[in-house]
Design a protein around this ligand. Sequence first.
Ligand code: BES
Ligand code: ZN
Length: 651
Amino acid sequence: MKTSYKYLLLAAAFSLAACQQESDDSKVSKEGVKQEQTVDKGSDNNAKKEVDAKKVDTKRVDEHSYGNLDEVKLTHLDLELNVNFEAKSLEGFVDISFDRLKDGVSTLVLDTRDIDIQKAQYMTEAGWVDTEFDLADKDPVLGSKLTVELDDSTTKARVYYRTQPQASGLQWLTPEQTAGKKHPFVYSQAQAIHARSFIPIQDSPAVRVTYNANLKTPKDLLAVMSAFNEPDTELDGDYHFEMPQAIPPYLIALGVGNLEFKAMSDRTGVYAEPGLLDASVAEFNDTEEMVRVTEEMFGPYRWGRYDLLILPPSFPFGGMENPRLSFITPTVIAGDKSLVNLIAHELAHSWSGNLVTNATWRDFWLNEGFTSYVENRIMEELYGKKRATMERALDVQGLRQEVEALPKGDTVLNVNLDGRDPDDAFSGVPYTKGQMFLSYLENKFGREVFDEFLVEYFNNHAFQSLTTEEFKKYLNENLLEKHPGVVSMDEINVWIHEPMLPEMMPNPTSDAFTTIDSKTKAWLGGETQLSEMGSADWTVHEWLHFINNLPEDLNLEQMKQLDQAFSLTDSTNNEIAHAWLMLAVKTNYDVVMPRLETYLVSIGRRKLIVPLYRELMATDEGAKFAKRVYKIARPGYHPLAQGTIDEIVGH
Ligand code: BES
Ligand code: ZN
């Protein structure tokens, strides 16, 4: 399949812009990434741990990659893959182009997990020659280190491989697991360290590559990638992609299924299964406006097109910011645009995350905190202050509850991941604490000054990855020192390195929520009826606040009254349903059980289902229900969700 000339030109223009932005990129390696990975595999050598912990903040050490990043700098990938649904395997090879950073480098060290390696080669003047390779035993967190022998001048290696059906970064869906029920579907989810389960690669966010890919698929299916996707591509099972901007491995993504495309504007559109396409377009047709207001606030959108891929409901996340093509859960198609902050969020990553990237997963808050902040600014711009404030207030209340239950170390923004899988430290902390830190800075310096700082920050670090320490230095020089006496470095350090939530954290309050609180109190005190709550024109956010703040010791009669008055068990809004089901499990309101079963079986988004399983496991009867339902639901869940819930429910 050919990419049209027009689009190649467009891509070339962006590529040029990317190269210009990229001049500083080599810094990553020059500053010396540690050669050997330092994950402590269970040794209880505390002294060593302390030394490692000290190193964490001062060096670019990616403890989650085996790659020899200080010797070899990957620059480009060419992927040739056959998408084999019968074998649940991607089969083919990857050509890896790299620069040499030192003399005498004789190996290329890559990350892999559950990949069968068939052959390795490197390029010589005479063409490809076979070479030795070694695939080490599997580490439970990091996977298997792959060492490819090189001669002393080659700058290109080829690895022939086959992914295994259980690859953690891929979900293979049978036709029954899709909306249309007729065609299989596969999609990838590489963040944080799952790219290595479908491409042998230096799987560190400090690495950046451009890529081209050819995917061969069954003829009736469409393939898309986090690259340029031609909107009116021919359906022929042979697809070509080019990603001219250098991106970290965790942003390489693909999806293959019975997909159709519908444009929402010249540069935005939706890919979805045919049955979901119109509803998706209706839900998300503010996307162009979102891009426009974000550009106005934070500088140009640098990635060409911005499309959405609507995934099957088993997608374990709300969204994933794969460049040029965000991956989106269908669970936010509510019919009223009430959950489109998800789109604002994934779009915002086009600045914070995809353009300016965390150098290691300890710096994840740089991605998600900035993105949550920008997301809320987009929401304010497009839907007004009232809604944006409600969204902040809901998140902050969630955060306050969450930090009480988290291990203290996980409430630190610059989290220590020594020996851990970054997935295991996932929480609302990098998101909402990070966002509140930036809100705090905005309040202190004023929006105008802070916006200017942010625009400069994005421009200055475009197409680079940076650490928390580098960010602090930049912040100090470009904001704190320019406006002395406003915020001290000590305060910054409290935000970034101290556990729990600082006193100085802003506390977003919504008048609408305050009104709800007093009405709820009156109802609970027996002074008013539910019909007097004034709920007729409540937004989804008001409903969420209302349900989230009902006492957990409501009696069954009160639960029944609520349900009769507001039909909460039948809510078609997945967030409202989640909040209500959580309360129902806590209060033993078992009328919801059939609805809860359908919910758990039909949705695989971790944020919505994991808390429900946890809550169910708190009682014997709940646990029995959870185990029975999980048995039915598990085959439909993504490997990541399976992993999480196996630990909660048992398998
Ligand atoms: N990049 C994340 C999803 C992610 C994080 C995947 C870490 C794997 C590891 C994405 O941008 C995200 O934050 N999604 C949220 C959106 C929400 C905050 C609006 C989600 O999935 O719920
Ligand atoms: Zn995000």
